[in-house]
Design a protein around this ligand. Structure first.
Ligand code: EPZ
Length: 445
């Protein structure tokens, strides 16, 4: 076990170095989806035996979730790229604040613990720099299912005899709260109807995984989901789908460097809103025998106005990667971020590289530079960090990106992939279970 103790704030393994200016070219495969794998891992707690996630991404957030599930009594192991979770004895019901602080998405384990054992106690999920990230909708859903939930500000305790089916009408669309309601309802007594649900693909993948375990769910992917509770679930066994946000990030890399890439395993039909914008900036793409061929050589048009929306609108998680592309396009672009309150932290770092971006509230105006210049920049969160890599690959000269551990939370081999596409890039650290010790100080969202 590597236990690199470094002075707080300095992490010698935490830097990505890039020499930019070369168009990316070649073929690349996309990792398994972080945001599909995490709820699937939580759902595995609902079966008192072994489940398997095939092609699961080996990323820090998955390792964190593994650690949390092991803390509940699960046994997990990897066979190649497949993650096995034996939850036969996963009957502990307390998750430490230290652990929930690392993982925003740990909060959905509450619904799974209630479904399994009728109680759950956990520290508040990690905050992050992209916004407040409240959990009121999660608590609302669990209370509707009959749980008594006490929110002590830094600790949540929930208990119920057995959850009972209910009508749950979310005040606003929330991916995590929709997942929370689903995980609480699948073993509840009777019918549950969830309305104003999130429609993100990750909801559909979670429901597909749960149906494979014997859950009775219809309507996923629409605003209204109906669930009939069952007595127990069998083991899950499903391939983790390709990560649509990683795919979009790679397409942005081709656009930022004016290169041409082929994605071997594109997520079918999950990137339409993004690809529409890709075309608008001058990018070209075509689907051919199951692959996606993208040509960024013609990228040159700014975007007069774009706003992020719930699925199927333009995804908030690709807002930062797109901003990095727009920073390479002369002319004025305007982005409105409707999902999170504070997701423009990247702007200051791109301005250091020669862009001219002003952000106020939910709006950012980007005046791109015909060429960015490499320099020292720092990532503060996952998608903004990935966007800095894209800008560095496009920039003239060398860039050092601190805060690489944020990027390793969600991208399994982004540096290796860009190097294979001709990028000159080096990650001075590695993502491994041991490295989690190092990442503790970098709270995940
Ligand atoms: C999921 O986060 C994703 N994370 C996020 O990806 C993604 O950006 C987000 O959905 C939106 O698509 C995972 O799936 C692990 P939300 P989640 O609940 O579920 C507000 C990444 O980079 N809200 O859909 O936390 C919330 O503040 C990450 O991979 C409440 O008000 O997002 C936000 O404004 C970042 N009360 C809006 O809803 C609540 O109880 C949407 O958030 C919950 C959320």
């Amino acid at each position: 076990m590597i236990n690199v103790k470094v002075p707080l704030g300095v992490n010698v393994l935490d830097e990505i170095r890039v020499t930019g200016g070369k168009p990316l070219r070649g073929r690349v495969s996309v990792q398994g989806s972080k945001n599909a794998a995490l709820p699937m891992m939580a759902a595995s707690l609902l079966h008192r035996g072994v489940s398997v996630l095939r092609g699961c991404p080996k990323i820090a957030d998955v390792y964190c979730m593994e650690e949390i599930l092991e803390g509940l009594g699960a046994v997990t192991w990897w066979e190649g790229r497949d993650l096995y979770l034996d939850c036969a004895k996963a009957d502990r019901t307390v998750i430490s604040e230290e652990n929930t602080g690392k993982m925003r998405s740990s909060v959905i384990l509450l619904g799974a613990m209630l479904g399994r054992n009728g109680k759950g106690f956990m520290g508040y999920p990690g905050g992050c720099v992209i916004g407040k990230r409240p959990i009121d909708l999660h608590i609302y859903a669990l209370k509707k299912l009959g749980a008594s939930v006490t929110d002590r500000g830094n600790f949540i305790s929930a208990s119920c005899g057995k959850l009972t089916g209910a009508e749950i009408s979310f005040a606003k669309s929330s991916v995590g709260a929709t997942e929370q309601g689903i995980l609480g309802a699948v073993l509840a007594e009777g019918e549950t109807v969830l309305s104003h649900c999130a429609c993100e693909p990750e909801i559909v993948w979670l429901c597909r995984y749960l149906r494979g375990m014997g859950a009775k769910i219809t309507g996923d992917g629409s605003r209204n989901i109906r669930i009939t509770g069952v007595g127990e679930l069998t083991g899950g066994d499903m391939k983790v789908p390709a990560d649509r946000i990683a795919a979009g990030t790679y397409l942005c890399a081709a656009a930022a460097t004016r290169g041409k890439i082929i994605i071997e395993n594109p997520p079918e039909g999950e990137l339409d809103a993004f690809l529409e914008v890709y075309r608008k900036i001058g990018g070209q793409y075509e689907g051919k025998s199951g692959k996606l061929i993208a040509d960024g050589s013609g990228v040159r048009f700014p975007v007069p106005f774009l706003e992020t929306e719930e699925y199927p609108g333009f995804p908030t998680d690709l807002q930062s990667p797109l901003m990095a592309v727009l920073a390479t396009i002369p002319g004025e672009s305007h982005i409105r971020e409707n999902i999170f309150e504070d997701r423009f932290k990247l702007a200051g770092e791109l301005n250091k590289m020669g862009a001219f971006i002003t952000a106020s509230g939910r709006d950012a105006w980007i005046r791109g530079a015909s060429s960015l210049s490499g320099c020292q920049v720092a990532a503060e969160e996952l998608r903004g960090g990935a966007a800095l890599i894209l800008a560095a690959l496009a920039a003239r000269g060398n860039t050092s990106i601190k805060g690489a551990s944020f990027i390793r939370r969600g991208y399994e081999h982004i540096c290796e992939d860009f190097a294979a596409l001709g990028g000159i890039i080096e990650d001075t650290g590695t993502t491994s279970y041991e490295n989690i010790q190092i990442q503790e100080k970098n709270k995940a969202d």
